[in-house]
Design a protein around this ligand. Sequence first.
Ligand code: EPZ
Length: 420
Amino acid sequence: MDSLLVKGGAPLHGEVTISGAKNSVLPIMAATLLTAEPCTIRRVPELSDVKFMGQILTSLGAEVKFEDNTLSVHAGKIKGVGDYDLIRKMRGSICILGPLLGRLRKAKVSLPGGCVIGSRPIDLHLKGLQALGAKISINGGYVVATAPRLVGNDLFLGGRSGPTVLGTGNVMMAAVLAEGVTIIESAACEPEVVDLAGFLNTMGAKISGAGSPTITIAGVSELHGADYEVIPDRIEAATFAIAAAATDGEVTLLGSRPDHLHAVLDKLREAGVKVERRGPALTVRRGGRLKPVDVTTLPYAGFPTDAQAQMMVLMALTSGISIITERIFEARFMHVSELARLGADIAIEGPSAIIRGGKPLSGAPVMASDLRASAALVIAGLIAKGTTLVKRIYHLDRGYENIDAKLRRLGARIERAAES
Ligand code: EPZ
């Protein structure tokens, strides 16, 4: 397992190009199962999660090729049973359930593993698919679904923590080939849901309202192949923006979508960070003394839970008390104990972390636990005095394309080391 060796003290300067969005690509890859015609997906980041989803599609019978950030998928003939071990290893793979039901009217996929940020239930996915006529049972760790007919319906998809991103995707991908019209109320509004709807419409689907809490899908009889470019990754952009401010540098993000980042940029400005927009380019620098801010994670367009850990590092640097409240996942503070090893003073009170910021951080060996916590630990290492060894960075490689190379190009002193 690889580690990253990070030497603190080098401010980040320069330009970084934001890669395609992991959380768009995964459901869009699943959506290629809905047609027997070849599909091309562009601006695909080279990530282990993308490779993994490719293996899952291959195990279902699809031909998958990846070259130069372009993915070609041809799901000419596919079967409805996924590889148990492959599927259970990646939570995002649950989004093959909807398209398999849509295309084959049957599916057997393993229940997704939980992960360190919480239990990750799929009750809303199943509720939505059952509302379309699917018969669903759970046995032997598998979700077994059949739907002799899929019929459009009006359904409410809100849960105890608000909407579900992949649940909205799964229901959309079954509804596109259902008879009649489906209306999803309390749909997720994330840009990645809008991107998936855009891809499906390019395939001939009739979806409107994506990006709003009410999505309408008029079922069609079949879908055709598509050639589509995914949106840039707003969480990667947020991660680099926060790293620029944390290291007291100046970084220009190229190829991002500033309109997907309003909540993050608003919080950064409130904390005293200078953010200038020049067309699609965003230039971020600290610009003076940082101010403590309170953050609550919310469904889009609120502050994204996937940028919570990274923001916590910035607040650990900022003199004063900041409170970060996590409203989306019940256990997304794994990074707190690791940041404490670097000297951060953070107390957890229920869903909130109270950060007594301004204490100097000093390097130490730390353990990555999940994708975004790993990014937070790398940012902390960039500012801590001395050297920080971030272990188990396979978490990081799941969701950030060449992050160490990108950071080195910005002046970071960071090396990848194969762990002995
Ligand atoms: C997507 O996960 C993202 N992953 C997550 O990003 C992101 O954190 C999350 O959306 C929220 O924005 C992908 O898109 C691959 P949810 P998803 O269903 O769809 C509860 C990252 O770091 N819930 O929107 O699985 C759930 O427990 C990852 O890139 C139910 O109760 O998340 C959570 O509390 C991490 N029942 C809340 O809803 C359900 O059936 C939001 O989950 C489904 C979800």
